[in-house]
Write a protein that binds this ligand. Structure first.
Ligand code: NA7
Length: 449
């Protein structure tokens, strides 16, 4: 392969396309980039599909997007510094957009700010089946399949960037007696439309972001009652009438759910909002990141470079639990593309130095007290990635918005999405909108009007 670099990006979701965007900005003639995407469009989980289970090719449905999903964090915390919401929409819009508004914004940057057509780097409907590292030639063999033709082929790459996301492999616990339940049981990954639960009594298992939003969505769209069940600690929001929290399930007996505090509830449907397991089956075992959800998973220098094996050629994107999402992916994509093309001022470091630095972050993550500490870690992580790249997110300032957002949620879980935030980069104050709980029109036209 001579001195030429050949980079494989797995996945054209919000992470993968950001890496592509930055390779395109650098336009290094010695670096060729190919992105394999298993679907026929980019931006991953920001696309809605009615399908669940497997898709038309028999492949596992990757994303868990649902109708009427509105951002649960302020858009000002996710904004691209070089392409603000003002730049895209030409005016102030409210702070908590529905899914299509966010997808449109991301796509706008990819199209308007790129030097060339990024889609030409992407091989659509092509799924990566296996990646192995070749010690001798210090490169990777990537085996991929074109889903439309069934053709399987191998290609060699000098570098691989894994950008397949971490919310695709649902964690599905089981409970004593669950097989006796006569109603519908789904994981939130297969939740597509809250309106399907209208008039029902719903059990939501879990006490994190999915549980919180699925419970609120079901209430908004007319569920009769919602009981949520927590394992470690309750969400403890000031829930409106219709939502209540219970501890862990002890036993399910037909429609009756018995909880460990001795209470019980009769429900019609169960939605497991029990999170996801990291899964990278297309990588050989020695290349696989193993972690539980964390803002700083271990094993990655700068949260990005795979340290085990020490080949400095395998990267992961977006494996962190997320607050700043798009801004974080962007900083990561830039850092990785600069690292690979050798255009970072402070690199390379020795593997030992990298491991030491990584351990300091992992240790800091171990000591977090609450979500506010996690927000600060992620803000510092973005700044750390950006140092020396010429990229200028003001993550600490955006972090302050997330701290306020957490307080808003505690204050009122129904109205937190109605609060306006000020853009860190354009200085624009968000527009006001119809209260989220009363707004059933999630079209772009309605939201930005
Ligand atoms: P999370 O944030 O991983 O949360 C999973 C929740 O499910 C959490 O409350 C868990 O309780 C609970 N859980 C997991 N296993 C069980 C069992 N066996 N029984 C009861 N409860 C269980 O996933 P989400 O889908 O909510 O959010 C994913 C991401 O989406 C989130 O990080 C945002 O970035 C958006 P625990 O607290 O561990 O005891």
């Amino acid at each position: 392969m001579g001195s030429k670099r050949k980079v494989c990006i797995i996945g054209a979701g919000p992470c993968g396309v950001t890496a592509l965007f930055h390779f395109d900005q650098i336009s290094d003639p010695s670096t060729e980039v190919v992105c394999f995407e298993k679907s026929d469009t980019w931006l991953g989980l920001w696309n809605f599909t009615w399908m669940t289970g497997t898709d038309g090719f028999g492949e596992p449905c990757h994303g868990g997007m649902y109708k009427h999903l509105w951002s649960n964090g302020p858009k000002e915390g996710l904004e691209y510094p070089d392409y603000t919401f003002d730049d895209h929409y030409g005016k102030a819009i409210p702070s908590f957009p529905p899914r299509r508004v966010l997808r449109d914004y991301m796509e706008g940057r990819l199209v308007k700010k790129s030097k060339s057509d990024l889609k030409r780097f992407i091989k659509w409907n092509t799924v990566v089946r296996y990646v192995t590292y070749n010690q001798k030639s210090d490169d990777f063999t990537v085996t991929a399949e074109e889903l439309k033709t069934g053709r399987t082929f191998e290609s060699k790459f000098t570098h691989v960037i894994v950008a397949i996301g971490i919310f695709n492999n649902p964690n599905k616990p089981t409970f004593d007696g669950i097989d006796t339940f006569p109603g519908r049981i789904i994981h939130s990954h297969d939740f597509r439309d809250a309106a399907q639960f209208k008039g029902q009594r719903v059990l939501v298992v879990g006490a994190s972001y999915s549980a919180e939003d699925v419970a609120l969505q079901c209430l908004k769209f007319g569920a009769k009652s919602i009981v949520t069940s927590y394992r470690s600690k309750p969400m403890n929001f000031k829930w409106p009438a219709g939502i209540e929290e219970r501890p862990l399930i002890k036993k399910i007996d037909g429609k009756v759910i018995n909880f460990i505090d001795g209470s019980s509830a009769e429900v019609d449907s169960i939605i497991l909002c029990t999170g996801y397991k990291y899964s990278f089956p297309c990588l050989e075992e020695s290349l696989r990141l193993v972690s539980t959800l964390s803002v700083y998973p271990a094993g990655l220098y700068k949260g990005s470079l795979w340290l085990n094996g020490g080949n400095r050629k395998l990267f992961y994107m977006g494996t962190q639990d997320q607050y700043f999402s798009f801004t974080m992916f962007d900083a990561q994509g830039l850092w990785i593309s600069r690292f690979i093309t050798g255009t970072l001022p402070n690199e390379p470091k020795s593997i030992e130095e990298m491991k030491k630095e990584e351990q300091q972050w992992v240790q800091r993550r171990k000591n977090v007290k609450d979500c506010h500490d996690d927000i600060d870690i992620q803000a510092d992580f973005i700044q750390d990635l950006s140092d020396g790249t010429g990229y200028h997110p003001d993550a600490p300032k955006a972090g302050a918005l997330f701290h306020k957002w957490e307080h808003d949620k505690v204050e009122n879980i129904i109205t937190y999405r109605d609060q306006p935030f000020k853009s860190v980069y354009s200085g624009t104050m968000a527009a006001q909108h119809k209260p989220w709980f009363q707004d059933f029109d999630d079209s772009i036209a309605s939201f930005v009007k």
